[in-house]
Design a protein around this ligand. Structure first.
Ligand code: ARG
Length: 631
């Protein structure tokens, strides 16, 4: 809980020589965003000097990426009287002196402001230390995206990962897992109520095939020992067998009847669709043992699910309800493969042509029909404000059809609360030699091995991770770096996972974040920050531009988080954290290990480290990474 509220901030400012209370400017939030303190004073001064409205003045101020801490773009003041360049010169002369920033510099149509680094340090460090885990986290009251009563936490459902039972865990499942965990962490950090849901692909043709494989290749012992591996082996074997059977039987039986594995598959799917007890018992074993294994593997990434649902769990009554509501909008069309809805006849907001298939030629429910029913089931069970489906762009049209059908059912209000968070392709993952298919545990093991090899060759590089079990440490570093490869790019970008390079010192990796966090943690061991001591101590440090730069990165963190939240994109936060690490890392290295204990530092420097550590911690948590706490 923050204790340094408006009065406290003003009292602190007064001790720093800024006597005037902070002007109250609409659209600023000084409680969560310290740069707004500067913006408020600057806006107020602009209003006084130019007589423009506070909104216009506020809108004319920017965070420049090139020069200065804030810049006023003069044409935005919309003052007819003068040309902007002349205005810049005139305003510069009129600007009253301020302790917060130096005198402005005119630069063409800009007026540039540079914060006093000393005052910034004295204001910002206590601010961040006071806010602690809440520094930079957007204020719930500002979440206009949900168009619901503000200030109250919302119920958010995030469906992600969703692998298919018995099959490989591919790069797209991995991307979904990492992005989904980020979305869930982001909303949870802001105080919303988040349910993490894994929608297993535990129904359909591949389960029918898996069951056919089980009767030939299944082993109870192997299933108990390593369920995911064994089911994948069984699936791979039966898949090959079924393909060679198809290749050998060139001619289709003249009566159109299926035979061999294909017939078994169909019989198994029908048995499951009819909830046949024998089929269900086998499937339940597959499902439960898989969930148990997955739970342990996700835990290596610090990911947990509140609910494992699945395509098989969809309510039969809801499926009937969907079909009854759609009534004669569903027609049988053999050329289109079964029971369909034609959007060129039934126009919707999202789709005006094409069609959606609800049952196949044999009358079995499709993935789409089950997803529609699942959306209804979920809306009743969870009464969520928003449901995110974190699924690859390959399924863009599936989700468009899902939302369009809901609209045709008169469920537009529900459809509006559903959002497909789509992402692009993934490459770069492959099983080790001799392993037939890829599981999530294989991917994480490959990462751990890469880090373990680094550790064996260069143990010194890992010396700041005190008191850690080496294998656990390598596992955590490996998963952090793997996840960071995803989180550092935009969802719409293609991703090539690069496991051999997860520990590359030349690059910005998850390991560099953990390394920096650990190095700072070592320096802060046993240190207790005393606020009064901080106010009295010497702040010459900030005359050094390298330290002042760190302050600038720290103050911009809340702004970055806000823009990351608006786009539901983690990459701005990572770019920010990498910039922070770069600005502090070489100072830490320069100080060297000899100084790696609190006693050698002045209190201002320790506070600065504490604030850096806090921002690293908050940023990592926001995107679903867990900083390693040293013992
Ligand atoms: N299991 C599916 C797959 O691997 C993803 C499920 C996505 N979620 C959904 N509600 N359709 O492709």
């Amino acid at each position: 809980m923050a204790t340094l509220l408006r009065e406290g901030i003003e009292a602190l400012l007064a001790r720093l020589g800024v006597e005037d209370p902070i002007p109250d400017i609409e659209g600023t939030d000084i409680q969560s965003n310290p740069i707004d303190i500067y913006l408020s004073y600057l806006t107020d001064t602009l209003v006084k000097l130019t007589e423009c409205s506070p909104q216009v003045a506020h809108g004319s101020i920017q965070w420049p990426s090139d020069l200065g801490d804030l810049a006023v773009i003069l044409p935005r003041l919309r003052l007819q009287t003068q040309n902007p360049k002349a205005l810049a010169v005139e305003l510069k002369q009129k600007f009253p002196g301020s302790h917060l920033m130096g005198h402005p510099v005119d630069d063409g149509i800009h007026l540039r402001f540079f914060f006093s680094a000393q005052i910034l340090g004295r204001l910002l460090l206590p601010y961040i230390i006071d806010r602690g885990r809440s520094y930079g986290i957007p204020n719930i009251a500002n979440h206009t995206d949900l168009e619901l009563p503000k200030t109250e936490p919302k119920k958010i459902l995030v469906e992600f990962s969703s692998p298919n039972l018995g099959k490989e865990f591919d790069g797209l499942h991995l991307r979904s897992t990492i992005i989904g965990a980020y979305i869930a962490s982001l909303y949870e950090s802001m105080g919303h109520e988040v349910t993490r849901m894994n929608f297993l692909g535990d129904w359909g043709q591949h389960i029918g095939l898996l069951a056919a494989g089980w009767s030939r290749f299944g082993s109870e012992d192997a299933l108990t020992a390593d369920p995911l591996r064994h089911l994948l082996e069984v699936y791979t074997q039966i898949d090959e067998l079924s393909k060679s059977e198809q290749a050998n039987s060139q001619e289709l039986p003249s009566d159109g009847q299926l035979s061999g594995i294909a017939a078994e598959l169909e019989a198994n799917v029908t048995a499951l669709d009819n909830a046949d007890p024998g089929a269900m018992a086998l499937w339940t074993r597959f499902r439960e043992s898989s969930i148990k294994s997955y739970t342990d593997i996700y835990a290596r990434m610090d990911i947990r699910f509140d609910e494992y649902s699945g395509e098989s769990e969809v309510n039969h009554a809801t499926i009937s309800e969907v079909e009854t509501t759609l009534g004669d909008k569903i027609v049988f069309d053999e050329t289109k493969g079964g029971w369909i809805i034609d959007f060129s006849v039934h126009e919707t907001r999202v789709l005006k042509n094409g069609h959606a298939k609800l049952r196949n030629l044999r009358g079995l429910t499709t993935y789409l029909l089950r997803d529609i029913a699942a959306a209804l089931d979920r809306s009743r069970k969870h009464t969520f404000h928003k449901l995110f489906y974190v699924v690859s762009a390959r399924q863009d049209s599936h989700f468009q059809q899902l939302f369009a059908v809901l609209e045709l059912m008169g469920q537009s209000e529900l459809a509006d609360r559903l959002q497909h968070l789509s992402f692009s392709t993934a490459r770069g993952l492959a099983p080790e030699e001799g392993i037939s298919g890829l599981l999530l545990s294989d991917i994480l093991d490959q990462c751990r091995t890469t880090v373990s090899n680094l550790q064996a060759n260069k143990p010194d590089r890992f010396s700041h991770y005190q008191g850690q079990d080496v294998l656990t440490l390598c596992d955590k570093l490996g998963t952090t770096s793997l996840m960071t490869q995803e989180l550092a790019i935009r969802r719409k970008d293609d991703l090539i996972f690069d496991i051999p390079n997860i520990g590359n010192v030349e690059e910005e990796t998850g390991m560099s974040l953990q390394d920096c966090f650990a190095k700072i943690s070592v320096r802060l061991q046993g240190v207790i920050i005393d606020q009064e001591g901080l106010e009295k101590s010497d702040d010459d440090l900030f005359e050094d531009e390298r330290y002042a730069e760190i302050l600038r990165v720290l103050i911009q963190f809340p702004v970055t988080v806000k823009s990351s939240f608006e786009k539901l994109d983690s990459s701005p936060i990572l770019t920010h954290l990498f910039r922070l690490v770069a600005s502090v890392d070489y100072l830490l290295d320069e100080e060297g290990e000899s100084e790696a204990s609190g006693s050698n530092h002045n209190i201002v420097k320790l506070c600065l480290y504490q604030a850096v550590r806090q921002v690293l911690e908050n940023g990592m948590h926001l995107i679903g990474l867990t900083p390693i706490e040293i013992a």
